[in-house]
Structure formats: C-alpha cells, structure tokens
Write a protein that binds this ligand. Structure first.
Ligand SMILES: [Mg+2]
Length: 92
C-alpha cells in the first residue's frame, strides 16, 4: 500500500530558516511547499491540498496574522491546522 506523504506549506521569507525547516521536515518524511510572501502563501494555501500550514508572522507586505485571517475565511481551509512561527524577540 502506498503511504501518502503529508504535505506542509511553509510561509517564510528568511532563506536561512526556509532551508532549515525544509530540510528537517523532509528528513522526517513530509512533502514541503514554500511560499516566501503573503500573496504567494494565500494563493498556494488555496491551490494545494495541505495537511498543515506553517506560518511566519513577520513577512513583507501582508503579515502572518493577515494571512491567517484570509486562510481561515476560505471555507475549504477552515479545518487545516496552522502553526504560527515567531522569532520575535529572539536575537540568537
Ligand atoms: Mg520572517
């Protein structure tokens, strides 16, 4: 039986963090899609069939809270879990 890989959308603008999260998530068997800004994040969230959305809060243009509102306002995504990433206040 083929086991379907769980698909995660990572919305993050920092290339270093994208690299770390993508590598780690793929290592443990997830399929990972990346969006580097809010517009792309919302677009991909609507287009892809996702199991989880990992959302950065500090993003250019639309911030993570705004993206979260847009995602949750889209009926098919109402039950898709969203994990908020925040490195606010962490300098290291
Ligand atoms: Mg960021």
């Amino acid at each position: 039986m083929v086991k379907m890989m769980k698909k995660i959308l990572l919305v993050e603008d920092d290339p270093f963090l994208i690299d770390i999260y993508t590598t780690k998530l793929k290592e443990v068997g997830f399929s990972v899609e990346v969006a580097t800004d809010g517009e792309e994040g919302v677009k991909k969230a609507k287009e892809l069939s996702l199991d989880l959305i990992v959302l950065d809060i500090v993003l250019p243009q639309i911030d993570g809270w705004e993206i979260l509102k847009k995602i949750k306002a889209h009926a098919p995504l109402k039950n898709t879990p969203v994990v908020i990433l925040s490195n606010l206040g962490q300098k290291k």
